[in-house]
Write a protein that binds this ligand. Structure first.
Ligand code: PLP
Length: 395
């Protein structure tokens, strides 16, 4: 066995494998960890207008006056943190009030919030499954779902992205040898902007027997006429979904994760889920901001309609300009794919030169041969911003 590497040597080796020399070679063209506020200030100092497609503030609520005011008032009244796990000392009235409204909005019985969307998947999946069980996951599911799968003793199988015939086949071959089965998918996929066909998914689940967990991180506030998510989009009863997970960090403009399910399931998780029991409760400002944002979504469904209009417009104009948009369906996320890494970086840099921030997604989170610039649309974007962006991309 070779000798233990010094920690410094280990880190250098890992950094090389992660592509650090390549990033250093890019110098000031390195698009990662761009300071968006700094970019905005620089563009505005030149008299330009800054546009970001790099933030999943889908409904433009993170700076909404009601949302800001609620967060500020909460800090004034309640302080900055709850200083404990909710099981022991961290529980506040505002947690329950928010969770009740969140569950009612989607049409599920009950909700539980955690301090991170990532943590929610990571903790929940291994908690639900044991060694006799089967987890079947869409191959493009978010890293938090994949890492949750890696932490379980259950057998883990993947099926081809959004290919429910393949899911059917995987279940036909693997389901019988296991006790419980969890099928984990996203509703709206954040790298491709395509979504799962919910009615067929539920039909496959019913035929083979199992539970469906849907991650609505990107579809909450986005899909369905009033933003209630994928079930509303398909006119399905959300209660047919066993577990919905999601995040407060996207349409709700805050941070944190949530689980929606049957009342008894949520009661059980409240006492047993490690990522909830052994972690602090949501802070006052975070909860109040997300709760106020939820109220705005209910009161102003026109924001959801504006987001849909902008998304469909962006997709239609991109396609008309001959850009490659893959499987995008015109729901808030539209990738524009390029042939190689450098062309992708060049296009992102060209956008930035005219004040448009849209970070390239290469190597991390997508296949290496499918680099892209991923555009998050918002209800706040204007047609002029979309036209200018497509103009640069197509030139
Ligand atoms: C599908 C999905 N699930 C979970 C998460 C994690 O959510 P958060 O960033 O709020 O922790 C993300 C983040 O982008 C996501 O895209």
């Amino acid at each position: 066995m070779s000798a233990n590497l010094s920690f410094g040597a280990f880190v250098k080796r890992r950094a090389r494998l992660a592509g650090q020399p390549l990033l250093e070679g890019l110098g000031s063209a390195n698009p990662w960890f761009a300071q968006v506020d700094g970019l905005q200030a620089a563009v505005e100092a030149r008299g330009g207008r800054f546009t970001s497609f790099g933030n999943y503030d889908y409904l433009g609520l993170s700076r909404h006056p009601d949302v800001r005011a609620a967060a500020i008032d909460a800090v004034r009244a309640q302080g900055t943190g709850v200083n404990g796990s909710r099981l022991v000392g961290g529980e506040r009235n505002f947690h329950k009030e928010f969770e009740t409204d969140l569950a009612a909005f989607v049409g599920m019985e009950a909700a539980l919030t955690l301090v991170s969307g990532y943590l929610t998947n990571l903790s929940l999946i291994p908690h639900l499954l044991s060694g006799d069980d089967l987890l079947v996951v869409d191959e493009f599911a978010h890293n938090s779902i994949m890492m949750g799968g890696r932490s379980t003793r259950a057998t883990v199988k993947t099926f081809r992205h959004n290919d429910l015939d393949h899911l059917d086949h995987v279940l036909a071959t693997a389901r019988a040898g296991h006790r419980n089965c969890l099928i984990a998918v996203e509703s709206l996929y954040s790298m491709d902007g395509d979504h799962v066909e919910l009615p067929r998914l539920l039909e496959v689940r019913d035929r083979h027997g199992g539970w469906v967990m849907i991650d609505e991180a990107h579809s909450f506030g986005v899909m369905g006429p009033t933003g209630r998510g994928i079930a509303e989009h398909y006119g399905e009863d959300p209660k047919r979904i066993d577990i919905i997970v999601g995040t407060l960090s996207k349409a709700l403009g805050s941070s944190g994760g949530f689980i929606l399910s049957h009342g008894l399931a949520i009661d059980l998780l409240r006492f047993t889920l490690p990522g909830f029991v052994y972690s602090v409760g949501l802070s006052p400002a975070v909860t109040a901001g997300a709760h106020a944002a939820l109220k705005v979504i209910v009161d102003e469904p026109q924001r959801v309609a504006r987001l849909r209009r902008n998304s469909q417009m962006f997709l239609a104009k991109a396609r008309a300009a001959g850009l490659e948009t893959g499987a995008a369906t015109g729901c808030a996320i539209v990738p524009v794919l390029f042939s190689d890494f450098m062309t992708t970086l060049d296009k992102a840099a060209a956008l930035l030169r005219v004040g448009i921030y849209a970070p390239p997604v290469v190597q991390v989170g997508v296949p290496q041969d499918a680099p892209r610039i991923r555009f998050f649309l918002s209800a706040e974007h204007t047609e002029d911003e979309i036209d200018r962006t497509i103009g640069v991309l197509a030139s």
